[in-house]
Write a protein that binds this ligand. Structure first.
Ligand code: CA
Length: 283
């Protein structure tokens, strides 16, 4: 499989790709710029500034978007203008980082401390009535979070562990239990960052400093390795007209343009499989 850049680099720290099925375009976050960047495959990328940090963007079932910003959640209208904010973090020592929506329409996002203090991060859930619950404590760099096709499992990366973990999910409450390793990533392949799930139950993991994406089957066996021309691959998602393109974001933090001219670009891979359904926030 080949990864092709979509135009020139359009982010400094690209993350959180999301296929916007309503507008038939790809959204990514330029996280530390606080921007959501829309790529429709025709014109120049369109940037929307949403806050000091733009961590995650997903659709709302009723239209518009749900966001994770630096210190909490937010709702935005169809033009990505923020209309409501729900503050979660009480001080500026940490920020929101990565997350997603479950099949019941709840939105989750995890955090990391700015100084990357071990165990200082948490994972939070925004329920459809807009209450916020702590799902996990004691994590360091909360990343990923995708659900199995049947919704019974949640896959999760606390990046420094070098593992992809899996939880059992209570669909009624959204509670997680039974955390266990799903896959262990060798040190020389990079650290597990963002993820996507395909319709056959495969888990695609972007590997920070690995310059690659791994696919694991539902049993945790490594079935694909896709190499990219950038080292800091950050996250991936399925999209495109037929849902079979895997989009991968990248970062140029700590990377020189001379060494990696494509760092910060978004890449497209013909994955040969469709993505699983991406869920919208139902609140
Ligand atoms: Ca990440």
């Amino acid at each position: 499989m080949r990864a092709e850049p979509i135009g020139a680099p359009c982010t400094f720290h690209g993350e959180g790709p999301f296929w916007d099925d309503v507008r038939r375009s790809l959204l990514v976050v330029d996280m530390l710029a606080g921007d959501v960047v829309r790529l429709d495959g025709t014109g120049a990328p369109v940037r929307s500034h949403v806050g000091d940090v733009a961590a995650v963007v997903r659709a709302r079932a009723e239209g518009g978007y749900v966001l994770a910003l630096e210190r909490g959640f937010a709702l935005a209208d169809e033009d990505l203008s923020v209309t409501d904010q729900i503050t979660v973090l009480g001080d500026a020592s940490a920020r929101m980082n990565d997350g997603g929506c479950d099949p019941q329409g709840r939105f989750y996002c995890g955090t990391m401390a700015y100084d990357v203090a071990p165990g200082a991060g948490s994972l939070y859930r925004l329920d459809t009535d807009r209450t916020v619950t702590t799902v996990l404590d004691g994590v360091t760099i909360s990343n990923g979070l995708q659900w199995s096709v049947d919704g019974s499992l949640a896959y999760y990366n606390d990046t420094p562990t070098g593992r992809v973990d899996v939880f059992d999910v209570d669909p009624g409450t959204g509670a997680f239990s039974g955390r266990r390793p799903f896959a262990v990533v060798p040190d020389d392949a990079g650290k597990p960052d963002g993820m996507a799930v395909d319709a056959e139950g495969g888990i695609w993991i972007a590997l920070w400093e690995g310059g690659r994406v791994h696919r694991y089957d539902a049993d945790g066996a490594l079935t694909e390795v896709v190499e990219l021309p950038v080292s800091r691959t950050t996250a991936c998602t399925f999209g495109g007209p037929d849902g079979r393109t895997l989009f991968v974001t990248s970062s140029r933090i700590g990377v020189t343009e001379a060494a990696e001219p494509l760092a910060g670009a978004v890449f497209a891979i013909d994955a040969g499989v469709a993505g699983a359904v991406q869920h919208a926030y139902a609140g």
